[in-house]
Design a protein around this ligand. Structure first.
Ligand code: NAG
Length: 290
């Protein structure tokens, strides 16, 4: 406040006592009782010409914003400002207190403190921080804190893949397991946690349930249902269309109907129609041309 008063005193009226009593503010001449209102140094000053009253007592001053001491700029309430604090530049917001005064609030440093070296890092620089006991290597984002944080361990193992099964990192080209949608997949490391050629030890059934190796699994492929043996990491084996599977041991006749073993059915072979006895799995016997 002392600084403010000094400036006001400097622009004080020259009180002229005599026949015509007037007050002067720069090039303005006021008669007693007249006021001069002006804004200076983040305050509004209302100076009333009052003969006999000396100095700053003539003026009433009210703050109108936050004053940044180094730049001398005045910030209105709600306005963001860069303020020079003891530890360097800070990002603050000018705030009006309930009493009417103005202060810089919500100040955050524009730099990041490196937890390892204690050094202040600028926005965009690499910085180390500790959170929950884990050391992270991040990019300093200034007032926004830390960005692109990766664990110290992840940075040291750049270019490699974390193998979920062993919890250790493996080189490019080596087998690496990873978890996806709750399932463990067996993949090949393709660099920095990139997993390629992934296979699952489980087979996914059309019903949504997982089947283990050796179990029957129904899958859809190209709009056709197939029944296969789940071969685990090898995929699917011995696939039959669902129709073939459901009609195993039967014979399909010319009209597309299935007949049981031992029954007579019609079949076309080499352009000639025959009637045969179904001997199982579309094999006929005792055939006679029709
Ligand atoms: C300045 O102060 C005088 C005397 O107190 C008052 O009459 C006048 O309204 C004030 N002017 C402003 C703009 O506040």
């Amino acid at each position: 406040m002392s600084r403010l008063l000094l400036v006001v005193l400097a622009s004080l009226p020259v009180l002229a006592f005599g026949a015509a009593v007037t007050c002067r503010y720069g090039d303005r001449t006021l008669r007693p009782g007249q006021s001069h209102v002006f804004e200076q140094n983040c305050a509004r000053h209302n100076c009333t010409c009052s003969p006999g009253v000396a100095g700053s007592d003539m003026c009433k001053s009210t703050m109108i914003g936050c004053r940044e001491s180094s730049g001398g700029r005045c910030y209105k309430a709600g306005e963001a400002a860069t303020v020079t604090g003891a530890s360097g530049p800070m990002h603050c917001v000018c705030q009006q207190e309930s009493g009417g005064s103005f202060t810089f609030a919500n100040c955050r440093t524009e730099t990041c403190r490196d937890s390892r070296t204690g050094e202040a890092k600028k926005k965009g620089q690499q910085v180390t921080t500790v959170s929950g006991g884990v050391t992270y290597i991040c990019t300093c984002a200034g007032v926004d804190g830390f960005q692109n944080c990766r664990t110290d361990e992840a940075v040291r193992n750049e270019g490699r893949c974390l193998d979920a099964a062993s919890g250790s990192y493996v080189e490019v080209g080596a087998p690496a397991t990873t978890e996806r949608d709750g399932a463990v997949l067996h993949c090949t490391c393709g660099g920095t946690n990139a997993y390629g050629s992934c296979r699952s030890p489980l087979c996914r059934d059309v019903s949504g349930s997982d089947k283990k190796a050796g179990e029957k699994v129904t899958v859809e492929n190209g709009g056709v249902m197939f029944v296969c043996d789940c071969a685990g990491l090898e995929g699917y084996r011995n696939c039959l269309s669902k129709e073939q599977f459901d009609n195993a041991g039967k014979c399909k006749d010319i009209e597309g109907r299935y007949v049981d073993r031992g029954q007579r059915y019609r079949v076309r072979y080499g352009g000639v129609r025959y009637e045969c006895t179904c001997d199982g799995d579309n094999r006929g016997k005792e055939c006679s041309a029709l």
